[in-house]
Design a protein around this ligand. Structure first.
Ligand SMILES: [Fe+2]
Ligand SMILES: [Fe+2]
Length: 203
């Protein structure tokens, strides 16, 4: 995927690149990272399902997002397999402050359409940040098996990021998408800048 040979912080529009040293501490907490990753995939599948149910009348959305449910669920199972190889088991899911912060940034008291735009852009943003971090892991983690593992996820989540942006542009004017996307990017960078750096989680 040509786009990924370039610096994804620019490509994906993210305003704050992750410090590559995050990989070193993440690797030391690989059990927690894999468990957190598994839940991220589960949440991605659940969110796609709920998008379909909430916006059942948006045919293109239903058509495009349905296969993603299956993909994210396959990702969940793939992470579980990787955990099993290492003797790791799921634990109680943690509170997800990162996602909560994006949800809190949603506009309230707006039309159903505007809620759709926020929902799609939140999905795009989580995919973009995950993709950025998978890339770092695929480049710098020392375990060769995990390098390959994270490379596969990076490619897949980059595709999902593109899909959610394209879907936004299917339903909204490009300029409107761009403006709201910028607001989300700034909010996300501010959150990561101020939130306590944690090594046991993806975001
Ligand atoms: Fe995924
Ligand atoms: Fe995804």
């Amino acid at each position: 995927m040509e786009v990924l040979d370039m610096e994804p912080v620019n490509i994906l529009g993210l305003k704050l690149p992750t410090d590559p040293r995050w990989v070193n501490i993440a690797e030391k907490s690989i059990e927690d990272i894999l468990i957190d990753h598994a839940y991220c995939e589960q949440k991605a599948a659940s969110t796609c399902m709920s998008l379909i149910i909430r916006f059942f009348d948006k045919e293109e959305l239903v058509e495009q997002v349905s296969p993603i449910v299956a993909e994210e669920w396959a990702h969940f199972r793939r992470v579980l397999r990787e955990m099993k190889k290492r003797g790791f088991k799921l634990k109680t899911p943690r509170k997800d402050e990162y996602v909560q912060s994006l949800l809190d940034f949603r506009k309230t008291g707006v039309s159903r359409d505007d809620r759709l735009l926020d929902a799609l852009l939140i999905c795009a943003l989580i995919e973009a940040r995950s993709c950025e971090r998978f890339r770092l892991l695929s480049l710098y983690i020392t375990d060769d098996e995990l390098k390959k593992f994270y490379h596969e996820f990076m490619v897949s989540e980059a595709g999902h990021y593109t899909l959610f942006i394209k879907l936004s542009e299917t339903y909204f004017e490009k300029q409107k998408v761009r403006d709201r996307w910028q607001e989300f990017l700034e909010h996300e960078a501010e959150f990561l800048r101020t939130f306590k750096f944690r090594s046991d989680r993806f975001h």
